[in-house]
Design a protein around this ligand. Structure first.
Ligand code: DC
Length: 225
């Protein structure tokens, strides 16, 4: 097994640091980074733009048939495209964040997006982050990491991110939304957020990004021995 074909699965609740760490690990090991949350977010964005009801599974499936979600690796990270239109920042807006849990709870939607995710991982080494990567999408992944952090810490991180992006932000409201999203994502019937039995648990609450990446590199190197 070479690093070029490595499959790394990173799961965890909202704002636990998954995407930041996954991007840096992908760079370090020269792997493709796949942000599966961005796929659910892009579909949610498309639904809001086209006034497709976010609780109508059949209509959402029709919409998913008509859209193409792609990624482009750039120096600063990764860009997300919806039918060739760049939506990287748009899919992080509050309206998408507050509707994406419902969209991602539908079985047919998950089935289709999981297929697309597996297709990307078929021919290349990947770092894939999400909620069900280690349990459902890539159960045979070489490395599985489950990142957690306290609600206060995660809310603070998202608050700072929002401010950086120029979005309105209210810390207390974010805390409530994160708790609600955790609850929904962990208790949905299909592929709930759950630590895989063979995943390594890493609590990032009091760690810097550099420290988390260092720990993750250790986990990868141990798994590769
Ligand atoms: O990681 P994120 O906040 O961008 O994810 C957005 C939403 O998508 C999150 O509320 C749960 C859902 N999601 C999912 O159900 N499965 C995944 N593999 C990734 C995200």
């Amino acid at each position: 097994m070479t690093y070029s074909n490595l499959k790394i699965a990173i799961d965890g609740p909202a704002s636990s640091g998954k995407s930041t760490v996954a991007k840096l690990l992908a760079e370090e090991f020269n792997l493709v980074y796949v942000d599966t949350g961005a796929m659910y977010r892009s579909l949610t964005y498309a639904a809001l733009e086209t006034e497709t009801p976010v609780d109508d599974e059949e209509k959402l499936i029709e919409l998913l048939d008509q859209i193409e979600i792609t990624f482009e690796r750039v120096l600063e990270g990764q860009l997300v495209y919806l039918n060739n239109q760049e939506v990287t920042d748009k899919i992080r807006g509050n309206n998408v964040t507050n509707n994406v849990s419902v969209v991602s709870s539908f079985g047919k939607i998950r089935e289709e997006l999981v297929n697309q995710q597996r297709e990307i991982a078929k021919d290349s080494g990947v770092v894939m982050d999400g909620r069900d990567i280690g349990t459902v999408v890539l159960p045979e992944a070489d490395v599985k990491i489950f990142l957690v952090a306290s609600v206060d810490e995660r809310a603070q991180r998202r608050h700072l991110e929002n401010i950086e992006k120029g979005f309105d932000s209210n810390l207390e409201k974010i805390k409530e939304e994160i708790q609600a999203r955790d609850e929904f994502d962990s208790n949905r019937k299909i592929s709930p957020l759950k630590q895989a039995k063979d995943a390594v648990l890493l609590d990032t609450t009091s760690l810097s990004i550099a420290e988390v990446v260092k720990e993750c590199k250790k986990i990868v190197k141990t798994a590769m021995k």
